[in-house]
Design a protein around this ligand. Sequence first.
Ligand SMILES: Cc1cc2nc3c(=O)[nH]c(=O)nc-3n(C[C@H](O)[C@H](O)[C@H](O)COP(=O)(O)OP(=O)(O)OC[C@H]3O[C@@H](n4cnc5c(N)ncnc54)[C@H](O)[C@@H]3O)c2cc1C
Length: 206
Amino acid sequence: MDYTLDSNVQDYQKRIRDFVNTHIIPVELKPDAYDEGENIADKYFLPLREKARAEGLWCLQMPKERGGAGLDTVGMAACYEEMGRSIFGPVVFNSAAPDDGNMFVLERVGTPAQKERWLQPIVDGKVRSALAMTEPAPGSGSDPLGMMLTKAEKSGDKWVVHGHKWFITGAGVAQHFILLARTSDHPRKGLTAFMFDRDDPGWELV
Ligand SMILES: Cc1cc2nc3c(=O)[nH]c(=O)nc-3n(C[C@H](O)[C@H](O)[C@H](O)COP(=O)(O)OP(=O)(O)OC[C@H]3O[C@@H](n4cnc5c(N)ncnc54)[C@H](O)[C@@H]3O)c2cc1C
């Protein structure tokens, strides 16, 4: 079996390595580069994102027509490895969890209208996102389908959701949320994913 990466991926690998070495690792050494959550502070984050985008190293995992590079799983594995040499790397290239996984899900299962509303702004770097699945014990943890306590019930043409989530990476800055809630006791299809905007009423960060 030939494990050689194709030349396109090797080119991205090298450019990401150079970008991380030249522009990102030096920032790690600056005490003011860390925000209160130990993430990269906006003062450094936003200019680095613009630079990565200008150099064509942006959201490589998304299709070209959406603004990415259309790299496949093997190609991205090589690129993630290079990005991950700095703790700030993946987010600068818009390839970091939870946005990364959320973009994959929306790209794969969203309708065209849902992609336009919820996915494209994440790809474009205009908003951040979060996945709200886990709950305090005894709620949804390693077994979401078996343990999910958050319930969504239909009321007229709306869904009303009651529940409490925790460990939600990026919830403090996310605009778009994928929220998992129980909608039936079906053994396999009991959970539904809802799209939720930070500006929607009726929820709070505690
Ligand atoms: C860094 C970090 C980031 C995270 N980000 C997010 C996020 O963005 N969004 C989100 O929704 N969640 C997030 N989580 C939560 C993560 O998804 C949960 O921690 C994970 O689902 C496991 O749940 P738990 O920790 O509650 O473990 P538990 O469910 O309490 O499980 C503890 C242990 O018991 C075992 N166990 C549990 N139930 C059973 C059973 N019935 N039978 C046998 N063994 C069992 C498990 O295998 C595990 O080893 C994050 C967690 C971390 C650490």
